[in-house]
Write a protein that binds this ligand. Structure first.
Ligand code: HEC
Length: 275
């Protein structure tokens, strides 16, 4: 197992080895879990790699990895740095045992944990039942890809591109099927679990009192910024008009897809995205 990490100088190959190792399709859950403490110990040496891992593993695995890291102060420090940088999202600290374990090391840790927790939005909606239902129906072979494509065109295309159609506000979604339906559902229903800094939203207060919120993108003109809202629409803002800017840890990806789509629509959508 640890052989995988010997070549830590070549992050790329290590990264792909770990990604391969953690692929839920090729490994049983049990094997994954047995290896977590040793994986955690190795990962704790490399912040960037640790962030990458956190951004690809699913929620149960993420929680276990965090718990393993919280077991010693050096790894716990790295874990806190990761959470502070947004991956994994501070949501992970809703796990009280984890939060308490981290806070227990010293005053500084306690303050950082408290400040991360205080910035958390209200608890997110429980979508366990919906997720279970969709996964079960997929297993039974239900779902209509063509109808799923129509759902995508209606609700997602403003920000995502797939099969050559759509906009590139968010990540391109060709090939997302390989991550598996469970992880896809998590990405879609709980976008704030893992928000890449590049996709965080900000609120800009302008000189004339107006506020503009959305994802901020630099443009070719250093005097201008583009702000993309939750509808995928872009507004140009002059740098000099900005009086105040607050960055949040909330993703531009809408957080209400569970409410927006019916179970059937979600089923069809996942079916299509899985192809
Ligand atoms: C307003 C723009 C917007 C809309 C509408 C939107 N998304 Fe997203 N989506 C994003 C952004 C931005 C990200 C990157 C988010 C991040 O890392 O937090 C994202 C991330 C994702 C991801 C994870 C991608 C990855 O590479 O990790 C998936 C899957 C996804 N969206 C699917 C959907 C689906 C399906 C819909 C339609 C139901 C949808 N999105 C609607 C903006 C949007």
């Amino acid at each position: 197992m640890t052989d995988l990490f010997v070549s830590a100088e070549t992050p790329r190959s290590v990264e792909s080895a770990i990604l391969e190792f953690l692929q839920p399709q090729t490994q049983t859950q049990q094997q994954d879990e047995a290896a977590i403490p040793s994986v955690a110990a190795e990962l704790a040496k490399d912040l960037a790699l640790l962030r990458t891992i956190f951004s690809v593993v699913n929620q149960p695995l993420r929680q276990k990895l965090a718990a393993a890291l919280s077991g010693n102060p050096i790894a716990a420090e790295l874990l806190l740095q990761c959470i502070e940088s947004g991956v994994p999202a501070a949501e992970i600290l809703r796990d009280e045992r984890l939060a308490q374990q981290l806070a227990a090391y010293n005053e500084g840790f306690a303050i950082r944990v408290a400040s991360l927790k205080s910035a958390l939005p209200q608890a997110t909606e429980d979508t366990t039942a919906l997720t279970t239902a969709v996964l079960q129906r997929l297993k039974l072979g239900e779902g209509d890809a063509e109808m799923g494509k129509a759902v995508f065109k209606k609700h997602c295309i403003a920000c995502h591109q797939r099969a050559g159609e759509g906009n590139l506000v968010g990540p391109q979604l060709n090939g997302v099927g390989t991550r598996g339906a469970a992880r896809l559902l998590e990405d879609i229903l709980h976008p704030n679990q893992n928000v890449d800094v590049a996709f965080r939203t900000s609120v800009l207060v302008l000189n004339d009192g107006r506020t503009v919120s959305g994802m901020v993108r630099e443009t070719r003109d250093p005097q201008m910024l583009d702000v993309i809202d939750t509808q995928g629409k872009t507004q140009a803002v002059q740098q000099q008009d900005i009086e105040d800017r607050k960055d949040s840890t909330v993703s531009l990806m809408p957080g209400n897809v569970a409410k927006l789509l019916s179970e059937d629509e979600l089923l069809n959508l996942i079916h299509w995205l899985s192809r």
